[in-house]
Ligand binder design. Structure first.
Ligand SMILES: Cc1ncc(COP(=O)(O)O)c(C=O)c1O
Length: 391
């Protein structure tokens, strides 16, 4: 239904979309001096040089035209080889579509597979875009609470209880934003079995797959449920390429063909020279060396922040095995998540994200990102400790 905003009439569906609470907090912080942000959801590293060089070369070689909608064959093949080499999985190139980041891959999955009245099970807390994508697709989000005592993993029995005749899809995102949790193999298998038994799609959003610590392993969902899974992945986090807008989806060929139909009219194709740089990212050793260096740096920062948090009163941290976030429990402060985030910004000039930005079940938690320099992390930890000790 149309509605009037200022002097313009706009489509009702736009009114359904909620602006991210993360952005509101950032806007307030940007008006203040001397603020340290631990709210960041992107790598602070530069894109590895070999990838930049590949993009520059591609421009000079004339990669400035449209490409096939699904992406250049060289990149679809490189994705296919990547899954073979890293995970021993067969992913034919026809099962790959190159997208403008994992955001577009996710959006395409929702729009292609869901319609009015379909139900989609979305964990709570979860990354912000899934609920909004569901609303735009006119599907009904059904939240599956994730609990700290279960390591923020879905409980397969609770999942089963939420399934109705209208359930079409379940969203899974591991390594997880905002909790940093990694999915246990038994849970992955259980979810795959449920999806197959009830004929449900799994949207598995896996952009943090390379940021793993303490020996944790990542299992791509296509290993267990290849015919039910739409896997969204991205170059954004792995290769510190957030601004390049490069990602992909993997799904059964028929679904990919339908996703291409929509993608063809909204994106057309991802920038051609960016796709060529994507081939270099996946195929060249230099980029994988850079990924390992970033992972090591994140691992050190993670340890550093966890150690500092242990010394603070009223706050306890769930020990994450992946991504670059720490989901910390602040219930002992007596404050609600949003109140805490505002208090910390005013009192210590440190930005953290209230857990409720990711769903009602994030109440009592804050998300701390360690995708920032050690110096800034140290300063932020000192400020937080002082503020909490004075509470
Ligand atoms: C879980 C998750 N999925 C998807 C995205 C979007 O990533 P991209 O830059 O690939 O669109 C993000 C970005 O923060 C994310 O955290």
């Amino acid at each position: 239904m149309r509605y009037k905003k200022h002097k313009y009439f706009v489509a009702g569906r736009i009114n359904l979309i909620q602006r991210s609470k993360i952005r509101e907090l950032f806007e307030r912080a940007s008006k203040m001096q001397n603020v340290i942000s631990l709210g960041i959801g992107e790598p602070d590293f530069e894109t590895p040089q070999n990838i930049k060089e590949a993009a520059k070369r591609a421009l000079d070689e004339g990669w400035t035209h449209y490409t096939p909608n699904a992406g250049i064959p060289e990149l679809r093949e490189a994705v296919s080889d990547y899954y073979k080499n890293h995970y021993g999985l067969d992913v034919p190139a026809e099962r790959v579509i190159v997208t403008a980041g994992a955001y577009e891959a996710t959006y395409l999955a929702f729009e292609t597979l869901l319609e009015d009245g379909d139900e989609v099970i979305i964990p709570d807390p979860a990354f912000v875009c899934y609920v909004e994508d569901a609303k735009v697709a006119e599907a009904k989000p059904v939240r599956l609470p994730l609990k700290e005592e279960n390591g923020f993993q879905p409980d397969p029995d609770e999942l089963l209880e939420l399934i109705t005749k209208r359930t079409r899809m379940i969203v899974i995102n591991y390594p997880n934003n905002p909790t940093g949790a990694v999915l246990d193999e038994e849970v992955a298998r259980a979810i795959a079995d449920i999806a197959q038994d009830y004929n449900i799609y799994i949207l598995s959003d896996e952009p943090y797959e390379h940021f793993l610590y303490d020996g944790a392993k990542h299992i791509p969902m296509i290993r267990y449920a290849p015919d039910n899974t739409i896997l969204a992945n991205s170059f954004s986090k792995t290769f510190a390429m957030t601004g390049w807008r490069l990602g992909f989806a993997i799904a059964p060929e028929e679904i990919i063909r339908d996703m291409i139909k929509l993608h063809a009219y909204i994106i057309g194709n991802v920038a051609s020279f960016v796709q060529v740089a994507g081939v270099a990212a996946l195929r060249e050793e230099a980029s994988w060396k850079a990924v390992e260096e970033m992972r090591r740096e994140y691992a050190e920062r993670r340890k550093f922040v966890l150690e500092h948090l242990k010394e603070m009163p009223y706050i306890t941290a769930f020990e994450p095995k992946g991504a670059f976030y720490i989901f910390a429990n602040i219930k002992d402060t007596g404050m609600k998540s949003e109140e805490f985030a505002e208090w910390l910004l005013e009192r210590a000039k440190v930005v953290v994200i209230p857990g409720t930005a990711f769903g009602p079940n994030g109440e009592g938690y804050i998300r701390i990102s360690y995708a920032t320099s050690k110096e800034k992390l140290l300063e932020a930890m000192e400020r937080m400790k002082k503020a909490l000790e004075e509470l």
